[in-house]
Design a protein around this ligand. Structure first.
Ligand SMILES: [Zn+2]
Length: 372
């Protein structure tokens, strides 16, 4: 059950009563709480921006791919009903929960990729969206290198399936941003990848426009990005641009700092399939990669199997006040399982100390994050 900030909610109701301006939410019950509604973005200009009076908890995970039916059939046991069994209480306990959907949600279509050693396509059946709903996901980013695996039809099917389920979706030119009002707080969400069929981290003008515009329409702005090279040799955040097999994967330091400079409250990455460092930049948290989280049928060896679940708390100005990296690990095709050795948290802490100059974060062995 999502936590309701009574003070703030009461203040908002009083404001709505006095202005006579009522949000025209659709009253969807498909999300993780029946009180959630899809926000009318135009109302942002009609209602004075309320002040967030309490900290907000944001849960974030990296790649989510719940099993594929094409081109190769690889589905989890029991229709995936146990995938999130160890972590659903944490995902659902946060005020807002986000992930990266590494594949399409569709029931038909053919892959556009030719067979080969680097050729992977993922089609999740549309019914799998219920697993995301039940786990408590509020937003999914789709700006990644698999959202176009089954052509434009696959992308559109994914967007529609998520929207129909009440999950906010963003990351393509057809679907740049998502705004949802949850328990009285207006969340803005956008996502950037590195391919031409998504919004791109490399397209500076678009990044600035999307983030700046979204900032004006929401109380809290979350940016998800798919960027950087891949694999266990890509655990460190380099300076400058990154390439993977000759493909431009962006300059993630420059991109994330630009997002915060344009008004993002929190920025988190995925794409390398391994965890990376975290940084506090002007008081805002940047997680450079949360790696894989629930990737049924994908590689899970060494750090690729680490599955961090980051819960960050921010204040009314979106500044980071504390949080926790819950360490999970993928032992097979069953989803993330609690890791008693806290390997994801310890890995992120060691990478943070190595890669971030003037690091201002502390991460304890149990994953608790504090500011220095
Ligand atoms: Zn990817």
């Amino acid at each position: 059950m999502k936590r309701i900030r009574n003070l703030f909610f009461s203040a908002l109701l009083a404001l709505l009563a006095t202005t006579g301006c009522v949000n025209n939410g659709t009253g969807t019950t498909a999300g993780s709480s029946s009180s959630q509604s899809i926000a009318d973005s135009t109302s942002a200009t009609q209602v004075a921006k309320p002040k967030i009076t309490d900290t907000i908890s944001i849960a974030m995970v990296g790649d989510v791919m719940l099993g594929s039916i094409k081109p190769n059939y690889c589905m989890p046991p029991n229709d995936g009903k146990e995938i999130f069994v160890d972590c659903a209480s944490i995902l659902r306990g946060a005020d807002v929960t986000c992930g990266n959907l590494e594949g399409v949600l569709a029931d038909k279509g053919e892959t556009r990729k030719r067979p080969g050693p680097l050729s992977y396509s993922f089609m999740m059946p549309t019914k799998s969206v219920q697993l995301l709903v039940d786990a408590g996901f509020d937003f999914m980013g789709i700006a990644n290198n698999h959202i176009f695996d089954f052509w434009k039809e696959g992308t559109l099917s994914t967007i529609q399936t998520l929207k129909d389920a009440g999950i906010g979706v963003a990351g393509t030119k057809d679907c740049e941003t998502s705004i949802r009002e949850i328990n009285g707080v207006k969340y803005g969400f956008c996502a950037f990848g590195h391919e031409e069929y998504s919004l791109r981290t490399q397209d500076t003008a678009t990044v600035k426009r999307v983030v700046t515009d979204l900032r004006k329409q929401c109380d809290l702005l979350i940016v998800c990005f798919h960027g950087g090279s891949e694999g266990t040799s890509a655990r460190h955040v380099p300076q400058g641009k990154e390439y993977f097999h000759g493909m431009d994967r962006g300059d993630v330091r420059q991109f994330t700092h630009m997002c915060v400079d344009c008004g993002a409250d929190i920025v988190y990455g995925n794409g390398p399939h391994v965890p990376r460092a975290m940084e506090l930049y002007n008081g805002h948290l940047i997680a450079y990669s949360l790696g894989n989280f629930a990737t049924i049928g994908m590689g899970i060896s060494a750090q690729v199997g680490y599955a961090p679940l980051l819960v960050a708390r921010v204040d009314g100005n979106g500044k980071f006040v504390g949080g926790k990296i819950h360490s999970f690990i993928q032992p097979g095709r069953i989803g993330p399982r609690a890791d008693a050795q806290n390997r994801a948290a310890r890995d992120i802490w060691s990478l943070t100390q190595e890669d971030i100059k003037d690091n201002r974060l502390m991460i304890a062995d149990d994953g608790t994050i504090t500011c220095k």
